[in-house]
Design a protein around this ligand. Structure first.
Ligand SMILES: Cc1cc2nc3c(=O)[nH]c(=O)nc-3n(C[C@H](O)[C@H](O)[C@H](O)COP(=O)(O)OP(=O)(O)OC[C@H]3O[C@@H](n4cnc5c(N)ncnc54)[C@H](O)[C@@H]3O)c2cc1C
Length: 286
């Protein structure tokens, strides 16, 4: 039997996890959703899952490769001293289990063998088609956890959400300062776009981490990504490779971002970006 952890039963990633689990054990898949009453308690959810694993002795445990799925399964791995592999795209049962998983922000596929039982696996988002014949998960209560919510803070990012934006205007170290983002914000507003940035910018404290695009930031897939003063490090590109068109603005014609760009402007963003904004304004008649 393969046990699936459902983050939310109506979720596409959960249905993908069910499809993945059926590839491991076509006839015997069970699914559970943990009811934590809306509290954020990854160790409490994991403790409930760990109890179930002890009772039902599944051959493998599968979860969606969401932040929650990865976090809860990592807690289960720590609590039961079990092996875990995140972001799997395929797996073949056996002892050891063999699997292929996504590494390095999507730039590498790793083939691995996982020793120990049951293996804990999360499924890389959108790597397998969702199962149309999914299972309604059994609802079980969360166990007591040590992690407690002490305060809830509303995101300070106003306007268009970065993850869903159709156009994103991002700034990198080349912007030069927090104040330098005024020209990026101005263009973003004119295009109804979200503002993004590189990690050099969040590390400098110029923008909040919620604005960061990349491997350790938000993954975006806009129609147009405008990257201003960004060199194009692999960790940044891992977050924006879903963009349909990329416009890069950088004075360094050797910058690696130009290898991925559809449109290139070799120049200083502090001249080019205000010029684009002015052109948009004049075309709109104001
Ligand atoms: C484990 C790990 C995870 C990481 N995760 C992320 C991540 O999620 N996101 C991320 O972005 N990075 C990430 N990084 C960091 C990444 O490796 C790079 O250091 C970072 O992306 C560089 O940011 P940048 O392009 O803004 O800065 P730089 O590499 O310093 O590039 C600045 C660019 O600005 C240009 N420039 C200078 N002046 C101007 C001007 N006036 N006009 C226009 N252009 C100008 C320069 O020519 C240069 O190309 C990660 C690194 C590690 C090790």
């Amino acid at each position: 039997m393969v046990l699936v952890f459902a983050e939310r039963s109506d979720d596409e990633l959960y249905r993908q996890a069910v499809a993945f689990a059926r590839g491991l054990a076509p006839d015997t898949v069970q699914a559970v959703e943990i009811d934590d009453g809306g509290a954020y308690s990854p160790d409490g959810a994991a403790a409930a899952l760990a109890n179930l694993i002890r009772e039902r002795t599944p051959g493998a445990v599968v979860a969606p490769g969401s932040e929650r799925g990865n976090e809860v399964l990592a807690h289960v791995a720590a609590q039961l001293d079990l092996p875990m592999a995140a972001n799997c795209v395929s797996a073949t049962p056996g002892d050891p289990l063999t699997l292929t998983r996504v590494r390095w922000g999507g730039s590498l596929l790793e083939e691995a063998r996982l020793h120990g039982s049951p293996p804990l696996l999360t499924v890389a988002p959108h790597a397998v088609a969702a199962d149309p014949d999914w299972i309604v998960p059994e609802l079980i209560p969360a166990a007591a956890g040590r992690v407690k919510v002490s305060e809830r803070v509303t995101s300070t990012t106003a306007g268009v959400s970065l993850a869903d934006a159709d156009v994103v205007v991002s700034g990198g170290r080349g912007v030069g300062s927090a104040e330098g983002f005024a020209v990026i914000e101005e263009l973003a507003e004119l295009l109804h776009a979200a503002v993004g940035c590189s990690r050099a910018v969040t590390s400098a404290g110029w923008r909040p981490h919620t604005d960061q695009v990349g491997q350790t930031g938000t993954k975006i897939a806009p129609s147009l990504y405008i990257a201003c003063g960004i060199s194009g490090a692999t960790q940044h590109m891992a977050g924006c490779k879903g963009a349909k068109k990329l416009l890069a603005i950088n004075p360094d014609r050797e910058a690696s971002i130009f290898a991925s760009a559809d449109y290139a402007v070799i120049g200083d963003l502090h001249e080019v970006v205000p010029a684009i904004s002015a052109e948009i304004r004049s075309k709109r008649g104001g």
